[in-house]
Design a protein around this ligand. Structure first.
Ligand code: SAH
Ligand code: SF4
Length: 344
């Protein structure tokens, strides 16, 4: 069966015309898909022979809400979605003054095995298709009756380990006939797959790149991020500098502060030295405790001291406000909890 929602308009046009239907049907079908229909029968201006053909040959990806949690403290909403084959992922909708942001998943699980991450600890099941990434946004928009303005690929999975589908998704979601969220409103977060960063930069997209660093040197990084054994920090930082030269887009670094692991004043000084002259921004995130990892977040005093040292060395850093702390808003935690309670 063909995943019809992963096709862009030119592909859909080729598909319908090759099968003997007029070209203009492609735009009609695409319009219905963008509206989030879940069944071909809902496509009212499509003749029945075409509907029958589509039903026989294609399927429409949907994300069904399995669980929905709303924060008592802010407007954060977390979803556990199930896809057509029953696999589940998480997504989080956050409200800010300037709009609404959705954090979506790109894989079911993750192969990268970061030790602090609930997703990394649960293993890998499969890549998501482009349509399954779109379906998470459509389902959230429909459920909350809102329009989402920003997308972050920071849910479950490593986006650059699912490169082709993610690139396809970015093209589809930013197209005018589709959900229409421009590349500048999309942030892709990676644990640092260096060759893929170069491949991404060759695409010359206007998306924002966030790199999960979480350490000031390879020795510490290797303790929490196995990927550091494959791509050393020097090569990663060079890839980030080259990314900026090629695209003109600044890179943001993510740094989860873990008490006693990567949060000393010396760690801050070393980080500042490594990032010096990059014109980058550092997002500090007090680590979310995942059961069984034994990690604890750095206390407020540590957080402040770390930020101040970076600021003294002209590296702008902010401690990210943790939204939805009461609903396990850090991705991977809800699915894990669900599994432990007898779910998949
Ligand atoms: N795989 C990509 C994107 C998904 S993870 C990546 O690693 O960048 C999104 C972000 O959440 C990453 O910066 C990741 O390091 C961070 N993260 C994962 N588990 C976390 C936890 N328990 N506490 C705080 N941040 C966490
Ligand atoms: Fe995968 Fe990102 Fe989690 Fe690491 S932090 S295991 S790369 S999802």
């Amino acid at each position: 069966m063909i995943d019809i929602k992963s096709m862009n308009v030119p592909e859909l046009t080729e598909f319908v015309t090759q099968n003997g239907f007029p070209k203009y049907r492609a735009a009609q079908i695409s319009g219905w898909l963008a509206k989030g229909v879940t069944d071909f029968d809902e496509m009212r201006n499509i003749p029945s022979d075409l509907k029958t053909f589509l039903t026989a040959r294609c399927y429409i990806s949907v994300a069904t809400i399995e669980k929905k949690l709303e924060s008592r403290y802010d407007k954060t909403v977390k979803y556990l979605f199930a896809f057509n084959d029953g696999e589940r992922v998480e997504a989080v909708v956050m409200s800010y003054r300037h709009g609404r942001s959705i954090c979506i998943s790109t894989q079911v699980g993750c192969k990268m095995g970061c030790t602090f991450c609930a997703t990394g600890q649960s293993g890998f099941s499969r890549n998501l298709t482009a349509s399954e990434m779109l379906a998470q946004i459509e389902a959230a928009q429909k459920d909350l009756n809102i329009r989402i303005s920003n997308i972050v690929l920071m849910g479950m999975g490593e986006p650059l380990d699912n490169f082709d589908n993610v690139i396809k998704f970015i093209g589809l979601v930013s197209s005018e006939g589709g959900i229409n969220i421009g590349a500048r409103h999309i942030t892709l977060s990676t644990c640092g797959l260096v060759p893929k960063i170069y491949e991404l930069s060759s695409k010359k997209l206007q998306i924002n790149l966030a790199v999960s660093l979480h350490a000031p040197n390879d020795e510490i990084r290797r303790k929490t991020m196995p990927v550091a054994n494959v791509y050393p920090m020097d090569a990663l930082l060079k890839a980030c500098r080259d990314y900026f030269s090629a695209t003109g887009r600044r890179v943001t670094f993510e740094y989860s502060m873990i008490s006693g692991v990567n949060d000393s004043d010396d760690n801050a000084r070393e980080l500042a030295q490594k990032l010096s002259g990059m014109g980058c921004h550092v997002n500090l995130i007090p680590v979310n405790t995942v059961e069984g990892t034994g990690y604890k977040k750095s206390d407020i005093k540590r957080q402040k001291s770390f930020v101040n040292i970076l600021a003294e060395k002209n590296i702008t850093a902010t401690v990210r406000r943790t939204l939805g702390s009461d609903i396990n808003a850090s991705c991977g935690q809800l699915r894990r909890k669900h599994s432990n309670e007898g779910g998949k």
